[in-house]
Unconditional design. Sequence first.
Length: 86
Amino acid sequence: MNNSDRLFRLLTDFFNLPPETHPQEITQQTISSWDSLAMVQLIADLQGTFLVEFDLDELESLRSYDEIRRALTRKGVPSDRPTASP
């Protein structure tokens, strides 16, 4: 995984995941430490890192790397996730 993906780095650091983790593997269902307290702390980290605010309605959908990436994109945060080479 390219180290330029700030969301990926934030999530792997936050949950202490190995660097070879794939973004699709980062979900609340697959990470046992992703409980309600971790969710509150994660939201605070996301809001502080990306300078966004999430509405209560949005919080329920932030359960995976992909869902968080989509929410950030909707808020105008550009994706710094590397794209596949042709």
